[in-house]
Design a protein around this ligand. Structure first.
Ligand code: GLY
Length: 360
């Protein structure tokens, strides 16, 4: 068992990495005896882990369970409405504890519901995907997609604790697992060269889901994220580095109506951001070719290549990370040294997107 403390402006909470998720959960919720529990569970997790999960839930007969259909389309006002209506019509009061079990979609939505229901009820995250474990369950960002745009409605709202059990990652399907590796590649670029080299050298083991390597990598990503959140919770500056590859990635996701997985989009976004770093003169051609080797270890989703560049550009102009209508990027000088808020013009962006053979 390993524990990392995440500090934020109004308190702190632990992220526990363990192979005994239900034991730790049972222990921890003894501190919330006077609370009424409400589980929000991803449908894939619910079916794959049904035997243990139902055994555990039987211990909490009064708790309700909301099964969230797996997939980005659930991160909507419509599903939020259903959750809030279910809470209200079942008389959940201020002593509600929402426990989210799932990936980024489940955590973001459950977190947003927890932050607005009764002006805020308690929240616990049990991330079951790489993206959620390494990134989205930490740091308090919650939200839903709206009007075809990613995460434009949401809040900062922290959980009481997070429990990460790498065993959940064993049951992820190939596509979801591969997409999660995109987020780990991002963290490799955010850290110094030693973690970058570690990820690069152990990539085959990561692909094979080696439990020790996975645990070590998750531990490193969570520690880095906790450090960034402590220094800049509200993303005034430093936290923006976590958006490396994301201006492109969010455009790929939105342009495909969220059919392209987040981690796949991030990995392709990193490839484009590295090209843009080269176009902007931050790295030379040799460095570019060397740095591309890591993201190119993952297959680029064919559907990204079919996206229309002009559509991508207009989505980027509306990205919530911009100050005005000029797309802004996080670019890289070397692993661990990034520049934030860099503007690029249409020509440079098109040139960078060409690296993925994006059409038109
Ligand atoms: N996923 C980026 C952040 O939490 O800031």
């Amino acid at each position: 068992l390993k524990e990392i403390i995440v500090e934020h402006s109004s308190g702190k909470y632990p992220v526990v990495i363990t192979n005994r998720v239900y034991d730790i959960l049972s222990e921890k919720i003894t501190h919330f005896k006077d609370h009424k529990f409400y589980f929000i569970i991803d449908s894939n997790v619910d079916s794959l882990h049904s035997p243990v999960l139902s055994k555990y839930l039987k211990l909490k007969p009064e708790a309700r369970k909301f099964i969230l259909r797996a997939g980005e389309s659930s991160k909507s006002f419509n599903t939020l409405n259903k959750i809030l209506a279910d809470l209200a019509s079942n008389n959940y009061q201020r002593n509600t504890l929402i426990i989210s079990i799932g990936g980024g979609v489940t955590g973001d939505l459950a977190g947003f519901a927890a932050s607005v229901y009764m002006r805020g009820v308690k929240l616990v995250h049990i991330p079951t995907t790489i993206i959620a474990a390494a990134d989205s369950s930490i740091g308090g960002k919650t939200g839903i997609n709206f009007n075809g745009r990613k995460n434009i409605i949401g809040s900062f709202y922290h959980p009481e604790f997070v429990i990460t059990d790498p065993q959940f990652l064993k049951t992820l399907n190939e596509n979801d697992y591969r997409s999660g590796l995109g987020e780990i590649i991002k963290y490799a670029f955010l850290s110094g060269t030693s973690f970058y080299d570690f990820v690069y050298d152990n990539f085959n083991k990561l692909e094979r889901r080696d439990p020790e390597i996975l645990e070590e990598v998750l531990f490193h990503c969570i520690r880095l994220k906790a450090d960034v959140v402590k220094k800049d919770e509200r993303e005034a500056g430093l936290r923006k580095i976590l958006n490396f590859g994301h201006t492109f990635a969010h455009a790929f996701e939105s342009a495909s109506s969220f059919r392209i997985r987040h981690g796949d989009a991030v990995n392709a976004g990193i490839i484009s951001a590295l090209h843009l770093s080269y176009i902007k003169g931050l790295i030379n051609k040799n460095d570019l070719n060397t740095l591309l080797k890591l993201p190119l270890k993952l297959k680029i989703a064919q559907s990204i290549k079919k996206l229309d560049k002009s559509k991508l550009y207009s989505i980027m102009q509306n990205d919530k990370k911009n100050t005005f209508n000029e797309p802004q990027f996080v670019l890289l000088m070397e692993p661990g040294i990034l520049l934030i808020d860099i503007n690029a013009d249409k020509k440079e962006i098109f040139e960078a997107a060409k690296s993925l053979n994006v059409i038109s």
